[in-house]
Design a protein around this ligand. Structure first.
Ligand code: NI
Length: 181
């Protein structure tokens, strides 16, 4: 497992269906110590759950913040912190690939997205940066930015498939099989 695993309890990750996951998040005014601390906590929660991306709404914070680490699990951690990420350009093609989400545990579906995107974001020093993403990073940033707009990967699949997944999760939550949000 990557990152610093501590015995301290991580921030709890919300499980769908939850209205807080459907709410569009607001922009961060300035990346300060409070935001940096929040991002460190998000990374810790993400690593603890063996995830590769986490958006602030998933921990019940309605702000436009994303953390990612797509480095191989056996290699060194390569955490990324994106504040107010905004997609400036998307390639015209679409690639389909399986996606999962820490807010929809053990659920997977193929989602089609542009293979390449260019984005703008504020880094941990409040500096404006641009990044061109391809492959897994492109897929991951699009998935996480969706969270900031209240969109889950199941919103990209058929209503039938989405309802099956959400019903399964609602049932698991009710039975106590999933950690309470
Ligand atoms: Ni997700």
């Amino acid at each position: 497992m990557k990152g610093n695993v501590t015995t301290m309890a991580s921030l709890p990750i919300l499980i769908a269906p939850d209205p807080r996951l459907k709410k569009p998040a607001v922009a961060v005014e300035r990346v300060d110590d409070e935001i940096r601390h929040l991002m460190d906590g998000m990374l810790e929660a993400m690593y603890a759950a063996n995830g590769i991306g986490l958006a602030a709404p998933q921990i019940g914070v309605s702000q436009r913040i994303v953390v990612l680490d797509i480095a191989p699990p056996d290699g060194p951690a390569q955490p990324m912190r994106l504040v107010n990420p905004e997609i400036l350009w998307r390639s015209d093609d679409a690639v389909s690939g399986e996606e999962g989400c820490l807010s929809l545990p053990d659920q997977y579906a193929d989602v089609s997205r542009p293979s390449r995107v260019r984005l703008r974001y504020l880094d941990h020093e409040n500096e404006l940066r641009e990044l061109e993403a391809v492959g897994l990073l492109a897929k991951c940033v699009q998935h996480e930015i969706d969270h900031l707009d209240g969109v889950l990967f199941v919103d990209h699949v058929s209503a039938v498939k989405r309802n099956i997944i959400l019903r399964k999760l609602a049932k698991a939550k009710k039975s106590g099989a999933l950690a309470p949000a």
